[in-house]
Design a binder for this molecule. Structure first.
Ligand code: HEM
Length: 151
């Protein structure tokens, strides 16, 4: 078991606290990524082709939400099966291919993890602990390793 029942419970209970505002939080951690690495925004075709401000772009919000939800779901999948299953509508091979073609690099994944953890800390300060951080961190790492292994 790569994720313990306690870690899964920490991820799920904090998700339940954040879920009503999850799209706002998700967007926030992507905007943080772009603050740290502005060129990362150029990886997205729909940002290159758009005049909308980043924070108003529905496709960016949808991608950000996807990352947030998939990281949360990975905790349960890892606890149950020891593996990440990215869902019925996609595959790790497909995600690897899309990210590889878009030129997404290790540093982007690393900085996004930092931004995700920082956002969770700000969203649920009363729940924040080293264990909560580790639980989200491991969930994210296994998800990203699954994608990167196919890249
Ligand atoms: C596309 C998930 C991290 C950039 C996608 C898609 C999904 C996804 C589901 C849509 C694939 C499709 O078109 O069918 C994830 C997950 C991540 C992650 C689960 C981390 C756990 C990142 C990071 C970047 C990034 C760090 C950095 C810039 C992109 C780009 C596309 C994409 C550029 C293609 C968008 C386009 O131009 O159409 N991602 N992503 N992703 N992702 Fe991610």
């Amino acid at each position: 078991m790569v994720i313990t029942a306690k870690q899964e419970a920490l991820v799920v209970s904090s998700w339940n606290e954040m879920k009503d505002d999850a799209p706002t939080y998700a967007l926030k951690f992507f905007l943080r990524l772009f603050e740290i690495i502005p060129s990362a925004a150029k990886r997205f075709s729909f940002l290159r082709d758009s005049n909308l401000p980043l924070e108003k772009n529905p496709k960016l919000k949808a991608h950000a939400m996807g990352v947030f939800v998939m990281t949360c779901e990975a905790a349960t999948q890892l606890r149950k099966t020891g593996k990440v299953n990215v869902g019925a509508n996609t595959s790790v091979q497909h995600l690897a291919s899309v990210h590889f073609k878009a030129g997404v690099a290790d540093l982007h994944f690393e900085v996004l993890k930092f931004a995700l953890l920082e956002t969770i800390k700000e969203a649920v300060p009363y729940m924040w602990s080293e264990e909560l951080k580790e639980a989200w961190s491991e969930s994210y790492d296994y998800l990203v390793v699954a994608i990167k292994n196919e890249m």
